[in-house]
Design a binder for this molecule. Structure first.
Ligand code: ATP
Ligand code: MG
Length: 404
């Protein structure tokens, strides 16, 4: 495997071209990665079959092939000095083949764990033994015998497909055994995880970046609100999460990264559950082997963003501990906001941008659809009260339900 070496920004490689960073996938995460890399002086290349992909539109090079196309992969490797991914369902064998000639971060082996909820849960259990926070009570469901062996303590529960779930897709809430059996049949009896339904008090996430030299840095703990299984709002400011919970979540995330030999930006999601204690108990939910939607606020509210740290990690540059310089609220802008009473509208950006501390990020998608991530709005300001008031006013202007 090709090892990470330092790729200085703006350097000219022996082939006579500018140092180039590549990304598998052309979505909004790839777009913001590419933008961060370009600001620092790198050329960028994106591999995504969609000619209108958000990242492809802004990259120096856009290789328009499928993720398993040998010619496309060969071109990506030829053009780039290091390669990363922006979505976790990238075929692990493609990352593996790229790694034969180029440094790839994160590695296929780490991405493969995040792609499979059964492997992911097993990793969390192993990390919990090393002192980290453990996952929800759960069972893997792969055979009829597994179904028969499910303990009553896991019901009511949530059945989740082991692979390819996101934004609440590939999930079913089941009250009893009959519903569980029917839901599993409905999913075609593919490999699944059944998780006990937990009484959630809050949802958190932690983003770390780990370098090939084992240095780990972290962003502050994010507090997330999901609606219909999709992230809606992220709030980050001092005192938003009890210090004891925050410390454990950060330590666990670092352990999850270290024990995977992970290089790059990693996000781990947590539940705070109502267990009768003052602050609640902490449970680890899942990880994303890449920058994460709950970290988009870092672009405007931190002195280094999650996308910049992805560049640092894959280019072998030093990692610096990020500092939050402003309280912040991020609103996810879903396609729903582009419709009012069934009519297509343009959201009132002029009114929103007239408010101090609003930072609009749209991903360049031509068609708004319900549930489609079109962009996000970061709000920053001098005080928590001011940021919350502005964010709530923006939500009102956008027709988004308030969360406070
Ligand atoms: P993502 O888009 O973050 O990858 P996902 O579709 O993979 O999401 P999860 O994060 O596992 O799915 O679940 C989506 C949401 O469903 C969670 O954010 C949480 O609100 C709720 N949820 C999931 N598991 C449980 C549980 N065991 N108990 C209670 N609520 C849960
Ligand atoms: Mg999730």
């Amino acid at each position: 495997m090709s090892a990470i070496k330092t790729l200085l920004p703006g350097s000219v490689m022996p082939e006579g071209r500018l140092v180039t960073l590549g990304v598998m996938g052309g979505g909004q995460l790839g777009r913001m990665f590419v933008q961060a890399a370009q600001e620092m002086g790198y050329y960028t290349a994106v591999l995504d079959a969609d000619p209108a992909s958000p990242a492809g539109l802004v990259s120096h090079f856009h290789i328009q092939t499928g993720y398993e196309d040998p010619a496309g992969l060969a071109e990506l490797a030829a053009r780039c000095d290091a390669i990363t991914t922006e979505f976790e369902n990238v075929p692990a064998p493609s990352l593996q083949s790229l790694a034969a000639t180029r440094p790839v971060a994160p590695a296929a082996s780490a991405v493969a764990v995040a792609q499979d909820r059964i492997a992911e849960k097993a990793h969390f259990v192993a990390c919990a033994k090393a002192g980290g926070v453990g996952p929800a009570p759960h069972a893997a469901l792969e055979t009829a015998a597994d179904l028969a062996a499910v303990g009553d303590e896991l019901l009511p529960g949530i059945l989740k497909t082991a692979r390819l779930g996101y934004d609440g897709k590939g999930q079913a809430r089941v009250k009893d055994r009959a519903e569980l059996a029917a839901a599993w049949d409905g999913m075609g009896r593919v490999a699944c995880v059944l998780e006990k339904m937990l009484p959630l008090k809050a949802e958190l996430s932690v983003i770390v970046a780990r370098g090939a030299d084992d240095q780990v840095v972290n962003f502050p703990v994010q507090r997330n609100l999901h609606r219909d299984g999709i992230l809606a709002v992220t709030e980050v400011f001092d005192g938003n999460v009890p210090a004891e919970l925050a410390e454990r979540a950060i330590a666990t995330t670092a352990t999850v990264a270290r024990q995977l030999g992970y290089v790059g930006v990693l996000c781990v999601e947590y539940f705070v559950i109502d267990d009768g204690s003052e602050h609640g108990g902490l449970v680890v939910n899942e990880m994303a082997p890449r920058p994460h939607n709950s970290g988009h606020y870092t672009i405007n509210a931190c002195d280094v963003s999650q996308f910049e740290l992805q560049v640092h990690a894959m280019a072998g540059l030093p990692l610096v501990q990020p500092r939050l310089h402003s309280p912040t609220v991020m609103l996810n802008l879903l396609g729903d906001l582009w419709f009012q009473d069934g009519q297509a509208i343009d959201p009132p950006w002029a009114q929103i941008l007239a408010l101090p501390g609003t930072h609009l990020h749209l991903y360049g998608k031509l068609e708004a659809r319900k549930g489609r991530k079109m962009g996000h709005l970061n709000v920053t300001g001098a005080s928590v009260e001011q940021v919350q008031a502005t964010a709530l006013r923006c939500a009102e202007l956008l027709g988004m339900a308030p969360w406070r």
